[in-house]
Design a binder for this molecule. Structure first.
Ligand code: SAM
Length: 215
């Protein structure tokens, strides 16, 4: 994603009631934060937030946490959240995926969404990909044993790499498709900003669901 400095983004995020600035304090206590014991679903690298804001409106019975590393992008998600109807089940973290074990306790998250994650095409950067075995090990530390990870991308090399990393890390793959928009899994699909952009120019969207090892 091309990053521009957006004037005032840092200040607006710092002042936003929809951004949790001290998320480590809620590790193991997110139920208390939301005031209910609904399942927690997170999107890592949410970008401008269309996907997770749409899901939060559709599913008030789920608590959603959108995570994004860059303020210049996240400010768009905060604006959407402000424009939306009341969504007590949606909050944002400006946080790096690398450190999410500091934010979530074992088994605390029921679902992880990764959408159009940065591909990091050079081999020497493979460990930075959010579906690398290093990241899968991090996710496993807080994903519930009955939880799942869902990943969408139009980038075939990244998708193939992800299938391999997921298999070799002992996760179970299900519902794999190389063309989501023309598949049986399209029902209920919520499009992300990148998905809209790339499907509009004819790129097939790849999608997988993965379940963590049970031992
Ligand atoms: N998910 C959105 C979509 O599908 O429209 C955005 C996709 S964009 C290509 C990837 C996003 O992931 C960017 O906004 C980027 O800043 C964010 N990101 C990349 N690495 C990250 C990390 N380690 N932790 C948190 N966010 C990250």
């Amino acid at each position: 994603m091309r990053l521009r400095n957006i004037k005032g983004a840092k200040e607006a995020i710092a002042a936003s009631p929809y951004v949790v600035h001290n998320p480590e304090e809620y590790k193991g206590r997110w139920c208390d934060f939301f005031g209910n014991d609904h399942p927690i679903h997170i999107e890592v690298g949410m970008g401008k937030g269309k996907f997770i804001t749409t899901l939060a409106a559709l599913h008030p019975e789920i608590n959603y946490i959108g995570i994004e590393k860059y303020e210049s992008v996240m400010i768009r998600a905060v604006a959407k959240r402000e424009a939306a109807e009341d969504l007590p089940n949606l909050i944002f973290l400006r946080y790096s995926a690398e450190n999410l074990q500091d934010v979530f306790a074992e088994g605390e998250v029921a679902r992880i969404y990764l959408n159009f994650s940065d591909p990091w095409p050079k081999d020497r950067h493979a460990r930075r990909r959010l579906t690398s075995s290093e990241f899968l090990a991090r996710y496993r530390s807080f994903l519930s044993s009955t939880g799942r990870l869902e990943f969408k991308t139009d980038n075939r090399p990244l998708f193939d790499f992800s299938l391999e990393e997921i298999r070799s890390s002992g996760w179970e793959l299900r519902d794999v498709t190389y063309d989501l928009h023309h598949s049986e899994y399209m029902t209920g699909n919520v499009m992300t900003e990148y998905e809209e952009r790339f499907s509009a120019i004819g790129n097939p969207i790849h999608r997988l669901v993965a379940f963590p090892p049970q031992n």
